[in-house]
Write a protein that binds this ligand. Structure first.
Ligand code: ZN
Length: 414
């Protein structure tokens, strides 16, 4: 008996072609043809995509699931970074943040991402300090519920300091996080007393345990904050998958300074994640006139060949009050605030994001995984602009989420 296979019909690719797509039981595309009779076989499950635009599924490469959806219970009246940090600490010590509610919140965020078309998520989770690995345990518990629908990996966002006095408990928690299976080592070198030591520890642990590195780097408008140089030094020549998130200060550098730095980042094979939502929200509050956007040096990095990625960062928490857990929202900001073409912005939430995470490619072609999004649009530009809720999400050829919308303009009684 033949293995059960899935036939995806009625989807339209960005080049206008309308292939019928056959997916085998392992979730791989094994045949594509505009002639249905070329790809039909026995024992098929048919998924009708009804003229939707068929794209690779979306990626959220930088979430903070432990904090997400807390905006209404963790106040930040001023709306600035310090207010968010203080609000979060007070919520932690008052018991507002608890295991069960965190599992529920993370589950809700993951469902929002899934319905948006995301089948691959990387989320930072606070590790160390007063919470040790408690948030990570809650995040893993929530992620377990969705393991057959999406791939989820966690970054241990290690509390400061990671070296010197006061670092003991943070490092113990980080090592516990590695034992719990966290895939990526994280931290914030520009906030550490010793940036070099922080980056060194991250790479040393990644090397020893076969993990990746994703650091919050230079999340400030101060152009002299360039701990990215430490990351370059350790990444260069290493085989460790390395990502530097935010890199806001790079966007403040003059052309003659950013050009060689961008070349060095490319040479060191570091992916850079722009995070327009939170950075537009938090950065530049001290500059009421001609407010800087707080985005990294998008165009200089791309020109140098750096793998540029975009993520949402915070979603509806004290660090960013809004956010729909929809990468099309991020891509729209990369178009509007980052001045990218829609098709390039799309790559920052799809192929480039997969490369940063070291995940397999998803091209809609024979031999590739059928991790796909069918959305009610005709072009990538329209999908980003309208972000239609009407979506069908597939993981390995199986439908893992659908959203349909019914609206009408009823006849008016004159
Ligand atoms: Zn972040």
């Amino acid at each position: 008996m033949t293995q059960p296979r899935t036939l995806l019909s009625g989807g339209i690719l960005v080049d206008g072609s309308k292939p019928h797509i056959l997916v085998d039981s392992s979730g791989t595309i094994v045949a594509m043809s505009e002639r249905r009779e070329d790809v039909v076989s026995d024992n098929l499950t048919v998924v009708e995509l009804e003229g939707r635009l068929l794209l690779p599924s979306l990626v959220e490469p930088h979430a903070h699931l432990d904090k997400s959806l807390t905006a209404d219970v963790v106040p930040n009246p001023k709306g600035d970074l310090m207010g968010a940090i203080v609000g979060w600490r007070e919520a932690e010590s008052s018991g507002v943040i608890a295991h069960d509610e965190m599992v529920q919140r993370i589950s809700r965020s993951l469902e929002m991402l899934l319905k948006s078309g995301v089948t691959l998520v990387r989320s930072h989770v606070n590790v160390g300090g007063p919470v040790s690995t408690r948030y990570l345990v809650a995040a893993i518990e929530a992620a377990q519920r969705y393991r057959d629908r999406m791939d989820i990996e966690f970054v241990a966002l290690t509390y400061m300091p990671m070296s010197g006095e006061g670092s003991d408990l943070n490092l113990i928690a980080l090592n516990e996080a590695i034992e719990l299976g966290v895939e990526v080592i994280g931290g914030c070198p520009h906030l550490e007393p010793d940036s070099d030591a922080c980056v060194s520890i991250a790479f040393e642990l990644a090397e020893r345990h076969g993990r990746k590195v994703d650091l919050h780097v230079d999340e400030t408008l101060d152009p002299t904050a360039l701990t990215i140089n430490d990351v370059i030094r350790y990444s260069r020549g290493s085989q460790i998958s390395t990502t530097a998130s935010h890199c806001v200060s790079l966007g403040m550098l003059p052309s003659e300074q950013i050009k060689p730095l961008a070349a060095a980042i490319a040479e060191a094979d570091i992916s850079i994640v722009a995070l327009p939502q939170t950075n537009l929200f938090l950065q530049g509050r001290d500059d009421p006139v001609a407010t800087p956007r707080g985005l990294t040096a998008i165009h200089a990095l791309r020109a140098a060949g750096v793998n540029l990625v975009a993520g949402a960062d915070n979603a509806q928490d004290p660090f960013n009050f809004v956010g729909r857990n929809d990468p099309f929202e991020t891509a729209a900001l990369m178009v509007m605030a980052g001045h990218m073409l829609p098709v390039d912005a799309f790559s920052t939430i799809s192929s480039n994001a997969r490369a940063a995470i070291s995940a397999p490619t998803v091209n809609i072609a024979v031999g590739e995984p059928a991790d796909l999004l069918a959305v009610r649009a005709t072009t990538i530009r329209q999908a980003i602009a309208e972000a239609p809720a009407d979506r069908v999400v597939l993981k390995g050829g199986r439908v893992v989420a659908t959203t349909s919308v019914m609206s009408e303009l009823p006849a008016l009684i004159p």
